[in-house]
Design a protein. Structure first.
Length: 411
C-alpha cells in the first residue's frame, strides 16, 4: 500500500488532506510549521502576543487522527515569525524572508528523513528541497497546485495597466531568478493535482507540464451551507474576498458604472479586506464596502444575496464559489475563478477583463426571475456533489491512478 509523507504549512482547509490520508491508512508522516495543539504552538496559543498570534494558532488544530503522525518544525517557524514581526515589512523584504523560510523549512525536513513513505504530497512547492532527494530514492512526488502558477505574471501585468489601483508591482520573475536560479518546479513533479481546469490549462500551456501528469480534483464545502434559508433581495449583488486587482474588483466597479448608466438600481456589496486606495477610488463610487466579515457571519450576506459575483483573474478554485452554490445563490464568475458552476445552469461564465460582459450577465440574471430561480435550485443540486466527503473520494481516486488517467473523477 502507498504511504504518504505529507507537507503543509498552515491549516489549509482544516488539514483536510492529512486527515483524509490518515483515515485511509496511508499517512506515514505529516510535517507542518506551528500548530495550536502541538509543540511550541500549543504554548504560544495560550499566551497573548503580537499580531493576534495566539488567536491564529488556536484556529490551527491538527485533527486527532493525524496527531500521532505529526512533526512540527517549530525552530524554522519561530525564526521566520520573529523576523516577520520585528523586521521590515516592505513587499520585497517579506518575499525574501519567505524564500529564506522555505529553505530553512526544507533543511529541517531533510534532517527528519522519509520514514517508510513511498510518496510525498506537498502543497504547491512547500518542502521543495526534498523533491529531488525523494525522487532519487524512488519516492513519487505529488503537488497540489492550489492557485494558478502564473498568478504573479498576471498580477504584474494588471498592476502595470492600473497603477492607480495598487502600488507598483515587484519584479517577481527577477527575484525568483536571483533567489532560486535552478528551481525545477513543477518539472520535477510526478502528479500535479489541480482544483480547476484553469489551473490545469495554465500548467500545460505555460509551465510545460504534460497533461498525463495532471489530475482534476475540485474542492468541497461544509454541507451545513445546504441548510441555509435564503431570502434573496432582487438586485442585491454580493462579492466576497479581498477587494483587489487579482480578484477583479476594478472590473466589477467598471460594470457597476455601466449598469448605473442603464438605470440599474441594485446594490453591490463587497465583503472582504479593502485598501484605502480601492475604497476611495472614484470608479468604486457605486460599491458598498463592508470590510472583512467573520466566517461565522458571512452566511447572513449569502442569505439575502440575489447574485454572487467574482470576476477574478487568478485563483485556484475559490472556496466562496462552493459556498454560493450550496446557498443557492446563482453566480457570475470568470473561468479563472475556478468554480464548478455550469454556464447557463447554475450561473454564468464571463471572460476575464470584460466589464461589458459582466454588466450584461448581471442585468440578464436580475431581470430574468424565472432563470434566476431555476439557477438557484440547480446550484444546490450541484453543491451536493461538492461536500468534503466527495472531495476525499475524488482525491483518493486521483492518487490511486497517479498520472495514468488525467481525466477528472468529477463530471
Amino acid at each position: 500500500m502507498s504511504r504518504y509523507l505529507c507537507i503543509q504549512t498552515g491549516a489549509r482547509r482544516a488539514y483536510a488532506v492529512p486527515r483524509l490520508l490518515a483515515e485511509a491508512g496511508r499517512l506515514d508522516r505529516f510535517h507542518t510549521d506551528l500548530a495550536g495543539n502541538v509543540g511550541w504552538g500549543r504554548i504560544l496559543s495560550r499566551v497573548p502576543g503580537p499580531g493576534g498570534l495566539a488567536s491564529r494558532l488556536r484556529g490551527r488544530r491538527v485533527p486527532d487522527r493525524v496527531l500521532p503522525h505529526t512533526t512540527t518544525h517549530d525552530g524554522a517557524a519561530l525564526r521566520h515569525l520573529v523576523k516577520d514581526i520585528f523586521g521590515r515589512r516592505d513587499p520585497e523584504t517579506r518575499f525574501r524572508r519567505q524564500i529564506d523560510f522555505a529553505r530553512d523549512f526544507g533543511h529541517s525536513l531533510l534532517r527528519h528523513g522519509f520514514g517508510d513513505a513511498t510518496h510525498l504530497y506537498s502543497m504547491l512547492n512547500e518542502g521543495g528541497g526534498l523533491f529531488e532527494e525523494a525522487k532519487a530514492r524512488g519516492i513519487r512526488v505529488v503537488s497540489e497546485v492550489y492557485i494558478l502558477l502564473s498568478t504573479e505574471r498576471i498580477l504584474t501585468e494588471e498592476q502595470g495597466r492600473f497603477p492607480d489601483w495598487e502600488p507598483s508591482p515587484l519584479d517577481y520573475a527577477s527575484l525568483r531568478e536571483e533567489l532560486l536560479p535552478d528551481d525545477p518546479y513543477p518539472g520535477n513533479i510526478d502528479l500535479c493535482l489541480c482544483p480547476s481546469e484553469a489551473v490545469r490549462e495554465d500548467l500545460i500551456a505555460h509551465w510545460g507540464v504534460l497533461p498525463e501528469r495532471t489530475a482534476l480534483v475540485p474542492y468541497g464545502m461544509d454541507p451545513r451551507w445546504l441548510e441555509l434559508e435564503t431570502r434573496p433581495e432582487p438586485g442585491r449583488i454580493l462579492f466576497v474576498g479581498t477587494a483587489d486587482l487579482r480578484k477583479g474588483i476594478h472590473y466589477l466597479a467598471f460594470a457597476s458604472e455601466l449598469l448605473r448608466s442603464r438605470g440599474f438600481r441594485g446594490e453591490f456589496r463587497i465583503a472582504g479586506n479593502v485598501s484605502e486606495t480601492v475604497r476611495h477610488h472614484p470608479d468604486c463610487r457605486h460599491l458598498t464596502f463592508l470590510g472583512r466579515i467573520p466566517r461565522d457571519r458571512i452566511h447572513e450576506e449569502f442569505q439575502r444575496a440575489d447574485l454572487f459575483v467574482l470576476p477574478s483573474l487568478a485563483e485556484g478554485s475559490a472556496e466562496v464559489t462552493y459556498e454560493a452554490l450550496a446557498a443557492g445563490v446563482p453566480q457570475i464568475v470568470t473561468r479563472a475563478a475556478g468554480s464548478v458552476a455550469r454556464d447557463g445552469i447554475d450561473g454564468l461564465l464571463v471572460p476575464e477583463r470584460d466589464p461589458q460582459a459582466l454588466a450584461d450577465a448581471i442585468e440578464r440574471s436580475v431581470g430574468d426571475r424565472t432563470w434566476r430561480e431555476a439557477a438557484s435550485v440547480a446550484s444546490r443540486e450541484r453543491a451536493r456533489e461538492c461536500t468534503w466527503e466527495r472531495y476525499g473520494e475524488r482525491l483518493l481516486t486521483a492518487l490511486q491512478q497517479l498520472a495514468h488517467n488525467p481525466q477528472s473523477a468529477f463530471k
